[in-house]
Write a protein that binds this ligand. Structure first.
Ligand code: PMV
Length: 343
């Protein structure tokens, strides 16, 4: 009897960035990170799988193109880990771990453009496979992590922390929900797609180079992240927007400073990204309060955080300064997203 399941997983946006691994193979990070998971109605991956005794080989299609599982170590690892879990949870007599699986996955937004596509992609793959085989959820963040680190955070909705852990095998490196999506209903995320082409330096390569060459990265891990993580969790718990916003912007700026401190440097922001940063600071200064925050992943696209009451005034200013923010623009597109649901 074939199993057919479709799931949708949203992207997550880090406010304390993960950058740097202590173990490349198990994908164990050097530092804790914190993120917000978007609503499934917005940027997401949709994955369908069919598995059964009559399927003759594993195959994965992404956005209409077949991927080589053999040449993609992380994809292969996720399949192996899921099969291992089937063996553990279903017992030796189950034949299901031998079944072949066909996967068809699509992103409704640009892939590999610094918009967290791999986070949604691997979270969705692992979650869909687990659903198809009726697997218990507690191991899923660890499996998704081994596809793409930040994917472990997309397993949960709301506000999520990925604890780096200290264990060599990574048993304590997993995602936990800090607060549910309903905790801060006024929070909104605006995504400004500045450039949706594929990034020049992948996160994997950028991080590896940073670990090898950046002095600033060592300082960040030891001196900044532990305190910041505690503070931002407190700000989220208290719904203290100003505090949340300041830590978010500082952390994004420090992450991109590390990218520049990497040798040779990794440049992810462009002129428009810098204009957005200035615009947000000018706006906050003019209002006399911190009303808006920005963060940028490994790409030039901006993620802005704002509370519902401040949204319409800010959007009208934004459209004034960046007229091309109107829908259908290929230069800068704005999507207003509400926060979030679980998959
Ligand atoms: O999970 P990866 O390998 O795509 O790395 C994600 C890195 C950042 O998006 C820049 C930061 C983060 O914590 O999501």
């Amino acid at each position: 009897m074939d199993k057919v399941v479709t799931c949708v997983a949203p992207v997550n946006i880090a406010v304390i960035k993960y950058w740097g691994k202590r173990d490349e193979h198990l994908i164990l990070p050097l530092n804790d990170s914190v993120s917000l998971t978007l609503d499934c109605d917005q940027m997401h991956t949709k994955t369908s799988i069919i598995a059964g005794p009559l399927i003759n080989e594993d195959s994965v299609w992404l956005n209409g193109q077949i991927m080589s599982i053999e040449r993609n170590e992380r994809l292969k690892k996720c399949f192996d880990l899921i099969r291992n879990l089937i063996k553990i949870q279903k017992g030796k007599n189950s034949q299901e771990e031998k079944w072949k699986i066909k996967v068809c996955s699509e992103n409704n937004f640009p892939t590999a453009a610094g918009l967290a596509s791999s986070a949604a992609g691997y979270a969705c793959l692992v979650y869909t496979l687990a659903n198809a085989f009726g697997l218990v959820n507690k191991d899923l963040p660890s499996i998704a992590r081994q596809g793409s680190g930040s994917a472990c955070r997309s397993i949960y909705g709301g506000f999520v922390q990925w604890t780096a852990g200290v264990d060599d095998q990574g048993y304590d490196s997993t995602a936990v929900q800090i607060a549910a999506d309903t905790h801060w209903p006024e929070m909104r995320i605006i995504i400004l797609v500045v450039n949706d082409s594929k990034k020049k330096t992948s996160s994997t390569v950028g991080m590896k180079q940073a670990v090898k060459t950046s002095e600033l990265l060592k300082y960040r891990i030891q001196k900044c992240v532990p305190e910041r993580t505690k503070e931002i969790i407190q700000a989220i718990t208290d719904k203290n927007f100003e505090k949340f916003a300041e830590i978010t912007m500082r952390d994004s700026n420090q992450f991109h400073a590390i990218c520049l401190d990497t040798y040779p440097p990794c440049v992810y922001l462009n002129q428009v990204s810098h204009e957005i940063i200035s615009f947000v600071h000018d706006y906050n200064e003019a209002t006399g309060q911190v009303k808006v925050a920005y963060t940028f992943d490994a790409g030039p696209n901006a993620f802005l955080f704002i509370q519902q009451n401040d949204l319409s005034l800010f959007m009208s200013e934004l459209v004034n300064v960046f007229p091309t923010v109107q829908p259908n623009s290929s230069y800068l597109r704005g999507i207003v997203s509400t926060l979030p649901n679980n998959i």
